[in-house]
Design a binder for this molecule. Sequence first.
Ligand code: PGA
Length: 260
Amino acid sequence: MPKKSKKTRPVIIAGNWKMYKTIEEAAAFVKTLVPLIEGSKAKVYLSAPFTAIYPTAKLVEELKAPVVIGAQNMNDAREGAFTGEVAASMLKNAGARFVILGHSERRQIFGEDDTFINKKVRRALSEGLEPILCVGETLEERENGKAYEVLQKQIEGSLAEVSAEAMSSMILAYEPVWAIGTGKVAKEKDAEDAHHFLRELVQNRWGKEAAQGIKILYGGSVKPDNAANLLVEADVDGLLVGGASLAPESFSRIVNAFSG
Ligand code: PGA
């Protein structure tokens, strides 16, 4: 068993369902999950596809389940003629409490840049949605010794003009692109080093309180058998889980990997 590290911040285990799960599948997942995570010490977040947010949030409320429902993306505008887009206020109204922003799939496949992501972060904060801002380097950037430079650029760009007060309640997710969906999880030491670097960056720019309050999750090939070792690291405040969040059995084992 890995040694326990005393956590000073709440630990969050967040599932990212991506473009999976109908309304019925999401409901079946929640009903199976709830008894499996009874007594869990971690906060459990689930980011559902847009269509499943409202019914899943309602179900969670009815069951009084210890689960927070969120979204995976949003538009930066308050409202307007933007065919196919969804506003932060609509997500909030549907029952979402948080939103994943700047995921590498959005950056790489849909061409989102830090300026756009920054507008979304600020919109989410102003509408009272908790952003989970994702940052992370590609394999090429890591191999060229550029990982931290890339992280710094993403943080500075995506979090420009965010106040120190807002920063202390923000969630960051360090998701090395080479670890997402590949089965290649980061070594615990490399994850801790990157998290520590991010926290120092926050401290230098937004101050000590913000650095101590901000929660930094690790994401990228998290599985039931590597979760506990990642959670031992001092600057790892939780996990963002893709593939292994799709089945309640594997996701509950990750949630229960945190023993408090
Ligand atoms: P993965 O995805 O756990 O399937 O690697 C993580 C993510 O994309 O957030």
